[in-house]
Design a protein around this ligand. Structure first.
Ligand code: CU
Length: 139
């Protein structure tokens, strides 16, 4: 019994030290993006949590900007409607998100976290196949 307890305790402590980013990791900043639903015909609202990967700490972000961007295969680039961002206890609710076309999009996310400023592109795949829809490259 004692042994099992010790093993359990070790597991829990190991877990709390494993600071794994569950979202998209760029420059040691974790972008945790959760879509309610994602398609090109509706407002694809999502929540955005930004944290440090090494500490897991969610920090206040100043000057947060989120922009939808698409680089098309023919080299043409375009954006979409400006999104709306609402801060709910450091979890940002992003709405008016219109992916107007199917294909590979980017979320351009910039801001300042403490002294560190960031300006990153997070890929979002918008396709007819719900299985490959979401954060990441379309395959
Ligand atoms: Cu396009």
């Amino acid at each position: 019994m004692k042994k099992i307890l010790i093993i359990l305790m070790l597991c829990f402590s190991a877990n709390s030290y494993a600071k794994k980013c569950e979202g998209y990791l760029v420059d040691q900043i974790c972008f945790d993006i959760k879509f309610e639903k994602l398609n090109r015909k509706e407002d694809s609202k999502f929540s955005l949590k930004i944290s440090e990967n090494d500490s897991g700490k969610v920090q206040a972000v100043d000057d947060l900007k989120v922009k939808l961007w698409m680089v098309m295969k023919n080299g043409h680039e375009h954006g979409s409607d400006p999104v709306k961002i609402e801060n709910k206890n450091q979890v940002y609710q992003v709405s008016n998100v219109w992916f107007l076309m199917l294909g590979q999009w980017q979320l351009k996310i910039s801001g300042k976290m403490g002294k560190k400023s960031f300006d990153v592109s997070v890929p979002v795949c918008v396709s007819k196949n719900p299985e490959i829809n979401g954060v990441g490259e379309c395959k």
